[in-house]
Design a protein around this ligand. Structure first.
Ligand SMILES: Nc1ncnc2c1ncn2[C@@H]1O[C@H](COP(=O)(O)OP(=O)(O)O)[C@@H](O)[C@H]1O
Ligand SMILES: [Mg+2]
Length: 316
């Protein structure tokens, strides 16, 4: 198990016209990553997810606090620890575009000092795992976005790590590829017993994949939930985006908020509202005569986002 205890990190920026040149990126978080489980770290952009990963994976020294592996501080044997972990991020960095998939993986295998007999077996296995066996001898520059991301996954597994940090692994991927990648992640935890930390700002992804989820907000962990708790909350409310024929006023918002089955209302644009609650009841409210000043142009069910979750009353 990896345990981060009271981890803090601040960054100093060059002096600017602004007084505040210190960024408190992570403000004393406690987090546990267990083998065989997927732990989620959920937060908006700038919440401190990547900084947390950098500390927990031994890349960045915390200003305060300690990272432990099996109760021993990782700084005692940082080289060993780094061999047991790897980071896979959703960006396309870290691949050599002019090399083939196979040669990329060979390069990283050598970097880890893995012997030839081992990597000759491991690389084809990894390429198979991520569905790139046919593209093995193709240069990365000819790859689609999805293929590059699969190769990133293989690269992150090259040292056969015990712990894998996925930093927004499905960001910008097509739905189908993201689904495939999620299956690989689930498989790594549940069948291969890897300890996984996954950061994401997709609430649905976290609820679907993670055993436990930490909510990170402005460098602080605001709550920890099991995925069961999270999906129950996410299930009790649905979101319906409604566009009206004219500019929405406070009276309409108030009226909707006070209606049965409505938990919260959020203005999305001058003409549209997100209404949270039970969609069948929301539809009834909308059909009500009292809204007759307004007519509904469009109504569609949408997925609840992390922002909705954090900044509305839907879970209260
Ligand atoms: N190397 C750095 N130097 C200065 N500021 C940084 C650095 N890395 C991150 N930050 C700042 O720390 C905060 C948290 O960033 P980050 O950990 O990347 O968040 P997230 O991954 O959740 O988007 C942000 O305000 C970001 O601008
Ligand atoms: Mg990040």
């Amino acid at each position: 198990m990896i345990k981060g205890k009271n981890l803090k990190k601040r960054f100093f920026l060059k002096k600017t016209t602004l007084n505040n040149n210190v960024i408190e990126a992570v403000k004393g978080i406690n987090i546990e990553i267990k083998k065989g489980q997927i732990t989620g770290l959920l937060g908006l952009n700038g919440a401190g997810k990547t900084t947390s990963i950098r500390m927990l994976s031994g890349e960045l020294l915390p200003d305060e606090g300690t990272v432990f592996e099996n109760n021993s501080p990782i700084e005692k044997n940082l080289t060993d620890f780094r061999e047991k972990v790897n980071v896979i991020s959703g960006t396309e960095r870290g691949l050599f575009w002019h090399l083939t998939a196979y040669d990329n993986l060979t390069y990283f295998a050598r970097l880890y000092g893995i012997n030839k007999n081992t990597y000759k077996i491991r690389i084809p296995n990894l390429l198979k795992l991520v569905g790139l066996e046919k593209a093995s001898n193709q240069r990365v520059e000819t790859f689609s976005k999805g293929m590059k991301q699969r190769l990133q996954f293989a690269r992150g597994l090259i040292n056969n790590p015990d712990y894998i940090f996925f930093d927004e692994p499905t960001i910008g991927l097509d739905v189908d590829i993201a689904t495939e990648m999620r299956q690989v992640i689930a498989d790594l935890a549940h069948n291969n017993k890897k300890g996984i930390l996954l950061t994401t700002h997709y609430l649905k992804e976290a609820a679907e994949l993670c055993d436990n989820i930490y909510f990170l907000r402005k460098g602080e962990i605001t709550s920890k939930e099991s995925s069961a708790e999270l999906s129950t909350k996410a299930k009790v409310s649905e979101k319906v985006l409604i566009s009206f024929n004219k500019v929405v006023n406070q009276d309409l918002i108030k009226l909707l908020k006070e209606s049965d089955g409505v938990l919260d209302v959020k203005k999305e644009s001058p003409l549209s509202l997100s209404v949270f609650g039970q969609s069948n009841l929301i539809k009834k409210v909308i059909a009500n005569d009292r809204l007759s000043d307004y007519s509904v142009e469009e109504m569609k069910k949408e997925d609840i986002t992390l922002e909705d979750f954090l900044f509305t009353q839907i879970t209260k």
